[in-house]
Design a protein around this ligand. Structure first.
Ligand code: BJW
Ligand code: ZN
Length: 253
């Protein structure tokens, strides 16, 4: 199969870009076998809607169900490895004066691929805190027979994954750094996200209103598609390595 075509004018723009932002969503991990949020789940979890399990209300109503769903996802991610899309992104900083990687993903696969200083907007599956008193919990007993969810050592409350559910605020410093990077970029990539969940979805909007070149990478159209400067339709595991190869190849212009 021939590698995806990257338009010459985009390559030229990238070669002269100083500040670049990549904002990623679940699609970037799809080729690692991590289901996206809008994928139908299979097996044990087929009857649950991932969007409904990711709320504070769901956790308060049935903490064991939500804990078990996250434990299942942790296990799945532990078996997954970064794919060529993650690996290509980890090499992007070599090509730009300033590169910021922002992700909505909680799977840690960007860091595993070698990306540094990842701005995690929605937290991380492998960190924990108390839902009731907020204290950070460094280690959990995930063994068989352990209470699910674990009890907080400080207040006896319910320990939860340190992720951001609907209706909850995003980490302020992380969000503000992401907004600034989007505003000040020369080019912003929106990769593997349905671009419907805010405030993450406002990153390309902020970029466009600041005159930044916005490049979408996604096999399926999203609400961002009609507004993006360039749309590269296809899987990020193929398109991002092709962009990297174009950047690393000889300058033909
Ligand atoms: C591929 C591919 C391949 C497939 N290669 N691509 C403004 C307007 C309207 C509403 C709001 C607003 N501001 C705030 C809100 C409310 C709400 C919101 O956005 N609602 C909308 C959905 C309507 N936002 C919030 O509540 C946020 N909090 C907040 O703003 O606090 C202040 C506030 C509160 C209340 C009111 C107002 C303000 C918090 C959002 C937290 C999101 N949390 C989750 C769960 C995290 C924990 C967990 O992992 O379970 O985050 S929800 C879920 O969606 C998860 C994801 O990070 C997020 C985004 O999903 P993503 O990554 O885009 O994945 P998918 O599945 O949607 O799409 C995958 C894409 O990949 C698809 O496009 C595929 O085509 C593509 N793809 N294969 C490349 N190989
Ligand atoms: Zn507590």
């Amino acid at each position: 199969m021939s590698p995806p075509h990257i338009p010459e004018d985009l390559i030229a723009t990238l070669r002269s870009a100083r500040r670049v932002v990549a904002s990623t969503g679940a699609g970037v991990s799809a080729e690692s076998g991590v289901p996206t949020f809008r994928d139908a789940l299979t097996g044990l979890w087929a009857k649950y809607d991932p969007m409904k399990l990711g709320t504070p209300e769901a956790f308060e109503e049935d903490p064991k169900l939500v804990w078990d769903w996250f434990a299942w996802r942790r296990q799945l991610v532990q078996k997954a490895a970064p794919n060529p899309g993650h690996v290509a992104l980890a090499a992007f900083p070599e090509h730009f004066e300033d590169f910021t990687l922002v992700t909505q993903n909680v799977d840690g696969l960007h860091r595993q691929a070698g990306s540094k200083n990842v701005l995690e907007l929605h937290g991380n599956l492998f960190r924990f805190r108390c839902h009731d008193c907020g204290v950070r919990v460094d280690a959990i007993d995930d063994g068989e027979g352990a209470p699910r969810p674990p009890a907080c050592a400080v207040c006896g409350g319910r320990v939860r994954p340190d992720v951001v559910w609907f209706g909850e605020g995003l980490p302020e410093d992380v969000l503000s750094r992401a907004f600034t990077a989007a505003r000040e970029a020369d080019v912003l990539f929106s990769i593997g996200t349905s671009a419907v969940v805010y405030p993450a979805a406002s990153l390309p909007e902020i970029a466009l209103s600041s005159g930044v070149v916005v490049v979408e990478v996604n096999p399926t159209p999203t609400p961002l598609t009609p507004h993006a400067t360039h749309v590269l339709q296809g899987p990020s595991g193929e398109i991002l390595p092709a962009i990297l190869a174009a950047l690393e190849g000889p300058n033909l212009t």
